[in-house]
Design a binder for this molecule. Structure first.
Ligand code: NAP
Length: 311
């Protein structure tokens, strides 16, 4: 791909009937430098990204909002409607009466009138006002899934977000949710493969940390350093990152991938000109899949009830 080529990223249609580009730029980092995010988003828009993933917890909403405003000013996009912006509800706001104010705060920080997708970040609630990670046992309180989801539905009905969804939900929690939801979740953003269940229910999976989140406290180098993936990448003249993203794409999974590096931002979009072979799939199947964020944002052992034994 030349430096000026803009990639046309395919879209998937969500249950809400809105379209979402299959690759988005992530904005979670160990320490989020506003200027780095802003430049990364502008670069990303130049090469064809239209989907951006943020969360109140990442503290990247403000810089993303500034980058959107700057991109409009520079004429890189004609209108905000060309973008797909996702944000997420953080644990201390994961209470029925705090959903709407939290979304309004995110919109204000992003300087937007609406989100494209608002997600319940984790199926866990913290005492309002506690804003530290990891959360201690005394910070967490029972999660009112039904009450929170009803408030999420109200946000969509008010037009403040086009679609709503969840993140880090097990099959069991999705089943609970679907038993009373008036608006089903459009997306489950997650790490573990729940493809069959979600496909059957029309829920689009967005894979986070698709490159293993190397260099972060929640990730590792296992993906990027995989010798098997290096072999596959070499055959195609691609990088390990591109093979990993292509593998997810071929399984009908959408991804959010983070890079603040100009070349890697471009590289991660350049996955639509090759296909993996049966031989590649045989090799990739040998790699053991494993959930890395076992306890989520909790600083103590919650793995059993967080994932409902679907570890
Ligand atoms: P990731 O995208 O798997 O990996 C990011 C790391 O890989 C960064 O260190 C980045 O460094 C590096 N990288 C990017 N492209 C590369 C390439 N082509 N070759 C080599 N290294 C490359 O991890 P992530 O940031 O955890 O996940 C992506 C996004 O998912 C997040 O940013 C966030 O938006 C979302 N997320 C959601 C949840 C959730 O609970 N819902 C949890 C975690 C993440 P450079 O920046 O230097 O390129």
């Amino acid at each position: 791909m030349s430096s000026t080529t803009k990639v046309a990223v395919p879209n998937v249609v969500l249950q809400s009937s809105f379209s979402m580009p299959v690759i988005g730029l992530g904005t979670a980092a160990e320490s989020n430098d506003g200027e780095a995010i802003k430049q990364a988003v502008i670069e990303a828009i130049k090469v064809g990204y239209r989907h951006f993933d943020t969360a109140s917890a990442y503290e990247s909403e403000q810089a993303l909002g500034e980058a959107i405003a700057e991109s409009l000013k520079l004429g890189l996009i004609g209108s905000r409607d060309e973008l797909f912006i996702t944000s997420k509800l953080w644990l201390p706001d994961n209470h029925p009466h705090l959903v709407l104010p939290a979304l309004q705060k995110s919109l204000e920080t992003l300087r937007l009138d609406y989100l494209d997708l608002y997600l319940v970040h984790w199926p866990m609630s913290a005492k309002p006002g506690t804003w530290k990670v990891p959360f201690e046992q005394e910070d967490l309180v029972p999660f009112d899934l039904k009450g929170v989801w009803t408030s999420m539905e109200e946000c969509q009905n008010m037009g403040l977000t086009k679609s709503i969804g969840v993140s880090n939900f097990s099959t069991k929690k999705l089943e609970d949710l679907l038993s009373f939801a008036t608006i089903p979740p459009s997306v489950n953003q997650q790490q573990k493969n729940l493809t069959e269940y979600c496909k059957a229910k029309g829920i689009i999976i967005t894979a986070y940390s698709p490159l293993g989140a190397q260099g972060t406290r929640w990730g590792s180098n296992d993906v990027i350093d995989s010798e098997l993936l290096k072999d596959v990448a070499q055959v195609h003249g691609k990088t390990v990152a591109q093979v990993s993203l292509r593998w997810l794409y071929e399984q009908g999974v959408t991804v959010v991938v983070k890079s603040y590096n100009k070349e890697r931002i471009k590289q991660n979009l350049d996955i639509f000109d090759f296909s993996l072979t049966n031989d590649d799939y045989q090799k990739i199947r040998q790699i053991q899949q494993e959930r890395k964020v076992k306890n989520g944002p909790a600083g103590f052992d919650v793995i059993d009830h967080l994932w409902d034994g679907e570890n």
